[in-house]
Design a protein around this ligand. Structure first.
Ligand code: ADP
Ligand code: ZN
Ligand code: ZN
Length: 743
């Protein structure tokens, strides 16, 4: 009789502890190990968790412990490096281990599903003898099928039916033993086929490659290269040797940066398999892709390199032969998760590279100040590409003061002429507006009523396709009133302009060319963006109107005029990062202009054309502006010179969320005094910039320190007491380590 033992299980619940369970009745200790998934009774439900430890000293009376319901795995599905990443996240982001572990799995595995790839029936033809061939001539359709299978090297059963072969033809041939039916994984990687030779690098690119190729083990690089400087070409040449050696490479891209154009560049360069991991995959496809990455082997006969290109969460993809990580557009906001465990995909990627002792290359035309700071401090190797590649030159930036200009539908009349000239030259125009919909709101000139959302401190956006009012913060929808709800006036009208309104205006002004609108509404379906962009890729004169979606990853050689109608909100925002974000946006959008031989211009409409930051951007460059902003941040001990934690809380009832944070603040004050930590400062509780959102009142508490270790120690100590606060069961709260957003 062996001594009783217990299993610690990490469960995705907002409780910062592990849960003890008994093993299944009569089972031996050797059956269990850390990393195995188990199904366990939890309250009135069953949840899937992960064993983290096997031990003999339970936290509570073992009589009260329940046995696990089921052991789901016999060997750990996560490789050690990924499992360790989960543990690291839990300690760094101060989140329950179970919640962090849950992020590591594709949804189907998180729910307890089997780690099996989906399969479909695949038919291959058997070779025929001459006699068999003659006999088959009596069944001509079966003969057709056999020939069809030979031509195609086999075929999926479902595709045969579509190609006109009925089940009876297939069965007939099968009965004669002339074909083989087997189950085959239905999910297939994109098969890259090298058909392009690498470009001849310019000297800056060449230097970049020399540095990156020289890396032996972990090393972080920041490629700080202007738009169109050929960063992607550098990535391509940097990963080549790893793919040729049959290894794996992980490429992280922003949420909307995964364009077919980008994928094609990789597919045409390497005889390697490409797996895409983005938000449009369904759970089944995601699991299949995940399994394929996890099963990659350098031992197989084929020994093909593999590239995983994915958005934020693909940083957790198991890749046993991972040799290099690339983070493209590292400054992009979408790398930061904004709910649950608020991790930063780029930071996790650096951590992963460190753990695996491999190089990581981050690239951007507008580096985040965090990365730039690391580069300037020598933690990352700083590689600058200051020129556009090939024959292209940088677009000229013009700031157009619209204070004394005639403006219609948000566009200065004086810009109609340059648009005409651009189109007449056979070139394309891109108009950026940071709002989708027809207009940011509906307004009554008689009584100044504005269409506001009842559930948020926000205006409702007016849409015309289809016509309705829509709150972009809580998704509430209303029909458009005929009269002002306050004074019954019939004069209510659109105020400001969004993509739909500009689209109308440009269609009316330039009826002889297509105007193409790209925003979240027009690109809801898979592939719709590419279909819409077809005239742009064909190079016909046209006008593109759109939101941020246009700022990333696109290469439109014929766009030579870029117009940004309004970026001014960045100048009076409460967010100290607003200036950084605005400069990044301006340069990324402007960077779509003149990317090949035709030179480009970017016109930015603004009421602040005298703003010193804009002058710096125009007369010097983003780098000069970044240094100026870094200097300000240093004076104020703001990140990256200080460290921050943002506590948020919200509740349906007013005041509750704030009262909760008052209680937290008291605890923080007590601990701070007790621990003698003078260099920690706190602000709040304060109402969030949008206090009411989706029917919940929101409050914030900022905690800052000059030293990261001190701050994390402090949070770690106080957190337990915060979880123990009683009497606020309707309040939701969260902790954001290194917040990037003050919302
Ligand atoms: P980035 O990723 O920095 O925006 P890209 O890699 O997309 O830049 O390059 C911009 C354009 O310049 C592309 O059309 C690319 O094919 C071209 N290009 C890149 N490097 C070179 C080079 N060394 N010689 C000629 N053209 C190049
Ligand atoms: Zn009114
Ligand atoms: Zn709302």
């Amino acid at each position: 009789m062996t001594a009783p033992f217990y299993l610690s299980v990490a469960i995705a619940a907002p409780i910062p502890k592990l849960f003890d369970y008994k093993p299944e009745a009569g089972q031996d200790m050797s059956r269990y190990q850390a990393g195995l998934r188990v199904s366990v009774p939890f309250g009135s439900r069953f949840l899937v968790g992960v064993i983290t430890d096997i031990h003999q000293s339970p936290q509570i009376d073992p009589v009260k412990l329940k046995p696990i319901a089921q052991l789901l795995d016999h060997k750990p599905l996560l490789p050690v490096d990924i499992y360790q990443l989960g543990q690291w996240m839990s300690s760094y982001y101060h989140q329950p281990l179970g919640e962090c572990m849950a992020l590591l799995w594709p949804v189907l595995l998180r729910k307890g599903g089997d780690p099996k790839a989906s399969t479909e029936i695949f038919l291959s033809p058997n070779p025929l003898t001459d006699e068999q061939l003659i006999s088959l001539k009596r069944a001509p359709r079966q003969l057709d099928l056999h020939q069809y299978l030979q031509e195609h090297g086999g075929q999926w059963q479902k595709d045969l039916v579509q190609a006109g072969f009925t089940p009876s033809i297939i069965n007939g041939l099968n009965h004669k033993g002339f074909l083989e039916k087997h189950h085959k994984a239905s999910f297939q990687a994109i098969k890259g086929k090298c058909s392009q030779t690498p470009l001849t690098l310019n000297s800056e690119q060449q230097q970049a490659i020399t540095h990156i190729k020289g890396a032996d083990g972990f090393k972080a690089f920041l490629i700080d290269g202007v738009t169109g400087s050929g960063k992607t070409e550098v990535y391509l040449q940097a990963i080549a040797k790893h793919l040729e050696a049959g290894k794996q490479v992980l490429i992280l891209v922003p949420e909307i940066g995964l364009t077919p154009q980008t994928v094609q560049r990789f597919a045409k360069r390497f005889d390697a398999d490409i797996l895409l991991m983005h938000s449009k995959l369904n759970d089944r496809e995601r699991l299949d892709a995940w399994l394929m990455a996890a099963a990659h082997s350098t031992q197989s006969k084929l020994k093909r390199g593999q590239i995983v290109i994915g958005t934020r969460s693909s940083v957790f993809t198991p890749m046993p032969n991972l040799a290099m990580i690339i983070v493209d557009e590292e400054h992009d906001q979408s790398f930061k998760q904004q709910d649950g465990v608020r991790y930063h995909g780029r930071d996790i990627a650096v951590m992963r590279a460190k753990t695996l002792n491999i190089p990581i290359v981050m690239g951007s035309a507008t580096p985040s100040l965090e990365c730039l700071h690391n580069a300037l401090a020598g933690k990352f190797q700083h590689i600058r590409l200051t020129q556009r590649a090939g024959d292209a030159c940088m677009p000229e930036l013009q700031f157009l003061n619209i204070k004394n200009q005639a403006v219609h539908h948000a566009l200065a009349d004086s810009l109609l002429e340059p648009i005409t000239q651009t189109l007449e030259k056979g070139q394309q125009v891109l108009v950026f507006v940071n709002r989708r919909g027809y207009a940011p709101t509906l307004y009554c000139p008689d009584c100044a009523w504005i269409a506001e959302c009842k559930r948020c401190d926000a205006k409702m956006t007016l849409h015309q396709k289809p016509a309705h009012l829509h709150c972009h913060h809580c998704d509430s929808k209303l029909s458009i009133p005929r009269n002002c709800p306050e004074c019954l006036s019939t004069q209510i009208q659109a105020m400001g302009a969004g993509t739909e309104r500009l689209e109308n205006h440009l269609m009316n002004s330039f009826p002889y060319v297509p105007t193409i609108r790209i925003d979240r509404d027009s690109t809801q379906n898979k592939n719709s963006m590419e279909a819409l962009l077809e005239p742009v890729h064909k190079g016909e004169p046209c006008i593109i109107v759109g939101t941020q979606m246009l700022a990333k990853g696109h290469h439109f050689p014929k766009v030579t005029l870029v117009i940004m109608v309004n970026v001014d909100s960045g100048f009076f925002s409460a967010d100290y990062r607003a200036m950084e974000k605005t400069a990044q946006l301006i340069l990324q959008v402007a960077g779509r202009a003149g990317r090949e031989k035709d030179s480009g211009t970017a016109v930015i409409q603004t009421e602040f054309s005298d703003h010193p930051m804009l002058h710096l951007l125009k007369d010097e460059n983003y780098h000069a502006l970044s240094l100026a902003i870094l200097d300000e941040r240093k004076q104020q001990h703001l990140p990256p010179y200080g460290y921050q934690v943002l506590m948020r809380s919200d509740c349906h009832q007013p005041k509750e969320a704030e009262m909760f944070l008052h209680r937290v603040r008291q605890l923080l004050n007590q601990h701070q005094q007790f621990l003698h930590l003078p260099n920690i400062s706190m602000i709040g509780p304060l109402p969030a910039p949008m206090e009411l959102r989706a029917g919940r009142f929101r409050s914030q508490l900022w905690i800052s320190a000059h030293n990261r270790k001190v701050l994390h120690h402090f949070i770690g100590v106080v957190l337990k007491d915060i979880y123990d606060i009683k009497g606020f069961h309707k309040v939701r709260w969260s902790l954001d380590i290194d917040p990037t957003d003050n919302m």
